[in-house]
Ligand binder design. Structure first.
Ligand code: SAH
Length: 338
């Protein structure tokens, strides 16, 4: 078990179980998350015998950064995991801070037709330490604090729910990475039972729903998950989330030329979400050589935007990060495999 996999509470229980004081957990957390040591030996306020015990019971394995690509306001990092698998994370520099887009799985089983990442089936879930260390290792590289986390990289976070929740606990804990729950966003294709669970997390963690169509038949073609959890069920769960957290939900909507970019599509989207505490993030599709979808022309994108705006719904068009370095959405990691 990697030491970063444990929440503070789990570590406290561990110390109690070996007849140590509970506060040892806070001391270890301080070394891990504040002082950022790289071995148990550096934890100098613990006795040598306790350090030896920790070494026996836990690993301190840290995934290594094996490549980095930079564009003007984004950097992409490639990590090698203990089993030789690779994952990617993307740093984006905004005027309000620095956000990191992290991966939650190796591969993905959701099979969204337009998504490059999903071309490779899920190999395994990432453990909490593999998500946490994406942040810690990149902060070391860029020598700056990451203020916002988006779980929007490779994988479906709600298909790795228990590890995701532990990750969020340690990212959010004031004794951990101390990133406010309002600065953490999890994006899902719409795994309904997990939306209900997510609503109950302390502090209200931001939720983004990958919508991409307000018509069930169309959405089912684009996103097979819609057959298991159709729009009606997703929307009831989203309303529950808003009620429970009082947070605004983001609906992500990729614009695909002649697929979901018509006036009817825009109006259906408006009637689906009108009156909700929500906003729409339009994502001009990042084209991939392997998939047939196209990005609509700019005037089509603007028309779609205008229709939503006119309906009084908050809407933005996502700034296109990283298209020069294949760090664009859905394109993570694929370059490496080709
Ligand atoms: N599985 C989660 C998180 C990963 S995908 C989810 O579905 O939300 C993150 C976002 O990028 C999703 O909205 C996804 O639909 C979108 N995306 C995938 N491929 C894309 C592409 N080629 N261009 C633009 N956005 C893409």
């Amino acid at each position: 078990m990697n030491i970063y996999n444990l929440t503070l509470e789990e570590l406290e229980n561990y110390f109690l179980s070996i007849n140590e004081k509970k506060y040892r957990a806070s001391q270890v957390f301080e070394w891990l998350y504040k002082k950022r040591v790289t071995s148990f030996d550096e934890m100098t306020n613990l006795s040598n015998s306790l350090i030896e015990k920790l070494k026996q019971d836990f690993s301190f394995y840290v995934p290594s950064i094996v490549a980095r690509e930079n564009d003007r306001d984004v950097s992409k990092f490639l990590f090698k995991l203990s089993d030789g698998e690779h994952i990617e994370s993307v740093v984006m520099y905004h005027d309000y801070g620095i956000s990191l887009c992290i991966s939650s799985q190796v591969g993905c089983n959701m099979g969204c037709r337009f998504c490059e990442s999903g071309r490779r089936k899920k190999v395994r879930n990432l453990e909490p330490y593999e998500m946490l260390l994406q942040i810690i290792e990149i902060e070391k590289q860029i020598n700056k604090r990451i203020s916002h986390i988006v779980v929007m990289g490779i994988g479906e976070p709600f298909d790795n729910y228990d590890n995701l929740v532990k990750f969020i606990a340690n990212a959010n804990n004031p004794k951990g990475l101390e990133i406010g729950s309002r600065h953490i966003t999890v994006s899902t294709c719409g795994i309904v039972p997990k939306i209900y669970e997510f609503s109950k997390l302390p502090g209200g963690v931001n939720l983004a729903i990958s919508l991409h169509s307000a018509f069930d038949d169309k959405r089912s073609k684009l996103m097979p998950i819609n057959k298991a959890y159709p729009l009606k069920d997703v929307m009831v769960a989203v309303k529950d989330y808003i009620k429970a957290t009082n947070r605004r939900v983001t609906f992500e909507y990729i614009l695909l030329e002649n697929v979901n970019d018509s006036k009817e599509d825009a109006l259906a989207l408006c009637s689906l979400i009108k009156g909700l505490n929500a906003y729409v993030n339009l994502i001009p599709y990042n084209e991939s050589s392997a998939l047939e979808f196209k990005r609509p022309k700019n005037d089509k994108i603007m028309n779609f935007y205008d229709i939503i705006k006119k309906e009084g719904i908050a809407v933005t068009i996502r700034r296109e990060f990283g298209s020069e370095i294949s760090a664009a959405c859905g394109q993570l990691r694929s370059k490496k495999e080709e």
